[in-house]
Design a protein around this ligand. Structure first.
Ligand code: FE2
Length: 216
């Protein structure tokens, strides 16, 4: 169910078919506070890999034998299972890289529509960061601050894998990647130091752009 008040400018059925899914370019070109360009660039390659797999899996789904479907094992069943892993892997990394620096002085610190909503829904920015951090230290994959279209508020959800813990009817606003590949190169086992660096480099303008998708 879409919450009342959500009115897309162009009716969805009138929109053109989406273009082929391609990775958004990496906009970071130098080290940022607490995260090296080397680490970010290697991480970005994983994102590109997910996008490529989305295309490959979907081509194989189109060509798969659909005459013998089976939930225990079938070519189609396995492809459909891996499709959600690859698609969510691509989408969550897209949100992650979009909102990760480079930040100008004006963008540093929390400001904007999402920041206002966070303060409304969590009491303060500090409460929200504290909740995200604790969830990030408890999760095996992601913590996603999402606008829930049904509840009409922001919730922090954790996911132990790209396609585990998905809550539907939600727009991801901030995606905190806590897989080891996101921080081991720069911080070793100190995930907390990485999470602190992540929040220092959060681009609130980009976060606000994600909210547009919710129609809010
Ligand atoms: Fe990642």
């Amino acid at each position: 169910m879409i919450a009342k008040g959500f009115q897309p400018k162009t009716p969805l059925y009138k929109k053109k078919m989406p273009k082929e899914y391609i990775a958004s370019p990496l906009k970071i070109t130098a080290d940022i506070e607490g995260l090296s360009l080397k680490s970010i660039s290697e991480h970005y390659k994983l994102y590109e890999g997910y996008v490529k797999k989305v295309k490959e899996i979907r081509e194989k789904i189109d060509a798969a034998d659909k005459s013998a479907p089976n939930a225990t094992y079938s070519e189609l069943g396995e492809l459909k299972r891996q499709e959600t892993f690859a698609v969510n892997g691509a989408k969550l990394h897209e949100v992650f890289f979009k909102s990760l620096g480079p930040t100008s002085q004006e963008l540093r610190g929390a400001s904007g529509k999402v920041a206002d909503m966070i303060i409304r829904d969590f009491g303060s920015m500090e409460n929200w960061v504290s909740d995200m951090t604790a969830a990030g230290l408890s999760s095996r994959g992601w913590v996603i601050a999402a606008y829930d279209l049904n509840e009409e508020r922001i919730r922090n959800y954790s996911a132990d894998a790209h396609n585990l813990g998905v809550v539907y009817g939600c727009i991801p606003l901030v995606a905190l990647d806590v897989y080891e590949h996101a921080y081991f190169m720069d911080h070793g086992t100190s995930r907390k130091a990485y999470i602190e660096a992540f929040f220092k480099n959060l681009n609130w303008k980009a976060v606000d752009e994600n909210l547009i998708l919710s129609g809010r």
